[in-house]
Every structure is written in structure tokens, then in C-alpha cells.
Ligand binder design. Structure first.
Ligand code: PMV
Length: 258
């Protein structure tokens, strides 16, 4: 009998790059999925290589297809091993959120000890949009390598940015869990500023984001980013304007047998 598995793409709300070095990240599964059937044809509405975890999503679906069950721990473990072949030094956040779905707080303490917990948000997130600036010239692997090189050369500077990113990630957690007075838009803007400081946002994407901020919106890249031309997906939040963009729902279901 034919067997079909689907898995969702993701966005990283906060913590990309820092998560590779043991800092926490918050990611959410989105309402775009990739489906693989037992014959191997693949259907997907997740843009490839644009920061929505397309490769991890494929890894998760293929792992579930191979194992032929939804023991999520097993699926996630196998998907991570596929990701490692493809990407070299992944944190594991992408395959984890694509496997379990919803919102995930994730931390890689070491190669053999990764922790995560599902977040059940008390707030309803709306007015969120994605703009695809296009596939970056650099792959995720190259961007992770770039940040690794920078950290080697300027350890104090980069670790300082990572610590500030962690504070923002904790701000998002507080916002999601406690309906606190945290300024959601402000956290997005702060996160973007830190990613720009890290050098993972191209000039053209920065200028797009400045234009969004000028009309009282908030925006950040999501995922590895890109330095040369495009930087992949940009997550936008705007309270007042009903932008005619691709609206995105966060916290979707994880891997499933169709
Ligand atoms: O660009 P994406 O969707 O592959 O996301 C990468 C996220 C990083 O933090 C940059 C890398 C990782 O493995 O966590």
C-alpha cells in the first residue's frame, strides 16, 4: 500500500546562528508543507533554500517514510543525521520543529545532549507575513561557516551578540507564555539589528527592512540569511496595515502520515 508523509516548514522567531553555539532558539512550524510518498516524488510549497527549513523538512519526511512510523523521537534523530550529512554543523532546531510542530524552545547543549520543549502560547499571533527576498547565493552551510569564522577571529564580539540574541529570545518566550507587556514588534526589530551586526543580512535586504520600519512595521530575516544579494525569508509584523503578502500561520502540526 502507498505510504505518504508530510512535514511542515518553519520560521525561526529568534536565535538563528546563536543556536549553533548552545544558545536557545524559538522556532515555529508554518502552514506550508512538503509531502513525500513511498515512490519518492516530492510535492512541496516550501521555497527551497530560503530560510524555511526546506532541507530539514525533507529530512524529516524521508526519515518518517523510512521508519514507517511516527515515533517522533526516532524520526527526529534520523532526520538530524540526514541534516548533518547535508549541512555539516546543524543545531538541530529545524528538524526538531518540523518533527514536533507547534512552537519549540530549543537548545543544543552538546552534540549528544539537545533539549527542547514545546511552547503553548497564550497569545494569538496575527498580522505576520513573509516576504521572500529570494534564494541567497550562499547556502546555510556557508553562512554557518561564515559566522564560525567570524567567531574564531572576534570571539568576544560575536559571543556578545549571541548573549544579546539570547535576551531577545527570552523576551519572546516571556511574551508567548505570560501575555507580558513585552513589545513583540520591538523584539523583532532588536533581533534583526543583532543579525545585521553579525553580518548575515545583505544590503538590499537591510534596505527593504528599513522601508518596512519607516511605515511602522517590524521585520527580520529568518534562518541563515545571506550576505551578497538576497537573504531568504523576511518575517514581517505590522499592526495596522493589511499587507497583501503571503500571510503565515505559526504553530502548525509536525510530521504526519497522510
Ligand atoms: O536557513 P535555514 O532554514 O537552514 O536555518 C538555519 C538556522 C541556523 O541557525 C543558521 C543554522 C542551524 O543549524 O540552526
Amino acid at each position: 500500500m502507498g505510504f505518504k508523509v508530510s512535514a511542515p516548514g518553519k520560521i525561526i522567531l529568534s536565535g538563528e546562528h546563536a543556536v549553533v553555539y548552545g544558545y536557545p532558539a524559538i522556532a515555529a512550524a508554518v502552514n506550508r508543507r512538503l509531502t513525500v510518498d513511498s515512490d519518492g516524488r516530492i510535492a512541496s510549497d516550501i521555497p527551497i533554500g530560503c530560510g524555511m527549513g526546506s532541507s530539514a523538512t525533507l529530512a524529516v519526511a524521508q526519515a518518517a517514510l523510512k521508519i514507517k512510523e511516527t515515533d517522533l523521537e526516532k524520526v527526529n534523530k534520523l532526520a538530524y543525521s540526514f541534516e548533518k550529512k547535508h549541512h555539516g554543523n546543524p543545531s538541530g532546531v529545524d528538524n526538531t520543529v518540523s518533527t514536533y510542530g507547534g512552537f519549540v524552545w530549543y537548545r543544543k547543549e552538546s552534540e549528544s545532549f539537545k533539549t527542547f520543549k514545546k511552547i503553548l502560547p497564550k497569545v494569538r499571533l496575527s498580522k505576520l507575513y513573509l516576504v521572500n527576498t529570494g534564494k541567497p547565493q550562499e547556502s546555510t552551510k556557508e553562512m554557518v561557516k561564515y559566522v564560525g569564522g567570524l567567531r574564531k577571529a572576534r570571539r568576544t564580539f560575536v559571543d556578545g551578540i549571541f548573549k544579546e540574541i539570547e535576551a531577545v529570545t527570552r523576551g519572546f518566550l516571556d511574551f508567548l507564555l505570560n501575555e507580558s507587556k513585552q513589545d513583540f514588534g520591538g523584539l523583532i526589530r532588536e533581533n534583526e539589528k543583532l543579525l545585521e551586526k553579525l553580518g548575515v543580512v545583505s544590503e538590499s535586504t537591510k534596505s527593504l527592512i528599513r522601508r518596512i520600519e519607516k511605515i511602522r512595521g517590524f521585520a527580520k530575516i529568518s534562518g541563515a540569511g545571506g550576505r551578497k544579494e538576497e537573504s531568504g525569508m523576511v518575517l514581517i509584523y505590522h499592526k495596522d496595515i493589511d499587507l497583501k503578502l503571503m500571510s503565515v500561520k505559526l504553530g502548525e502540526e509536525g510530521v504526519r502520515i497522510e
